[in-house]
Design a protein around this ligand. Sequence first.
Ligand SMILES: NC(=O)C1=CN([C@@H]2O[C@H](COP(=O)(O)OP(=O)(O)OC[C@H]3O[C@@H](n4cnc5c(N)ncnc54)[C@H](OP(=O)(O)O)[C@@H]3O)[C@@H](O)[C@H]2O)C=CC1
Ligand SMILES: O=C(O)C1=N[C@H](C(=O)O)C[C@H](O)C1
Length: 268
Amino acid sequence: MTVIRLAIAGASGRMGRMLIEAALEDEGVVVASAFDRPGTPYIGRDAGELLGAPCGVAIVDDLRAAIAAADCVIDFTRPEGTLAHLAIARELGKAMVIGTTGFDAAGKAAIAQAATDIPVVFAPNMAVGVNAVFKLLEVAARILDEGYDVEVIEAHHRFKVDAPSGTALRMGEVVARELGRDLDACAIYGREGVTGERRAETIGFSTIRGGDIVGDHTVLFAGIGERIEITHKSGSRMPYALGSLRAARFVAGRAPGLFDMQDILGLR
Ligand SMILES: NC(=O)C1=CN([C@@H]2O[C@H](COP(=O)(O)OP(=O)(O)OC[C@H]3O[C@@H](n4cnc5c(N)ncnc54)[C@H](OP(=O)(O)O)[C@@H]3O)[C@@H](O)[C@H]2O)C=CC1
Ligand SMILES: O=C(O)C1=N[C@H](C(=O)O)C[C@H](O)C1
């Protein structure tokens, strides 16, 4: 069995810690390096120490050295950080798994461009259950294509900085595609004041932020006399981490290309 060497970006973050915990339990991967941006108080500390399980890998701020030491970078940070790490991974010919959300169109285009030189998995949600829901939504949208209003509702912890979540946006994209609509043209991000009656072709998004909610998503198809709700609730970040390790195994050593979890799970 080939053991994949991982570089964990944002190692002290919520997902960084979860990835290190999952990787330390997985015999198919090794944490070759862990890095964070300069100035964070965790630089120099053991990457496993935050989990109460020192692992002999220090968190460093030398991005280039950290990425050079690995076969694959797993990145859950912020768009500007991810794009900087991606540029180095591209230069060094390393694979990358990107879980960061909140990219603008230019950021997404930069990822697609980099994926012409290196293999990249880019997915707003690495959990198997959420990816199953994306598939279920295709079926639901095909059946409920007339007379049902589509609303996407998501709830996350108080620390989340982007809205709607990347997952909610992908859910909207999946439904819009099946219904032959352009999400950019039909999305309504929150409502206030005298909005007028709901227009049938719109897809609405509602965002809740509070406490330690890991991540809840519901797509509501509301008709006259009935409504259908498809919901996923995360109770832990571990499914995101386990999905990411699966993605790393898929992408390390592969030819350049842009993939997401649907490719890895054979759901395309
Ligand atoms: N695809 C998926 O399955 C999932 C995606 N996510 C996404 O992952 C991202 C991170 O989430 P989470 O772990 O909760 O966030 P955290 O804020 O807990 O962690 C982010 C980490 O990235 C670092 N960071 C912040 N800004 C930069 C930057 N400009 N350059 C480099 N590093 C930076 C932070 O350092 P510092 O502490 O110094 O700010 C921290 O170590 C979000 O975009 C989130 O939406 C989350 C869960 C699942
Ligand atoms: O920030 C989070 O926590 C999460 N972000 C991702 C998103 O924006 O969809 C995935 C998950 O919902 C958790």
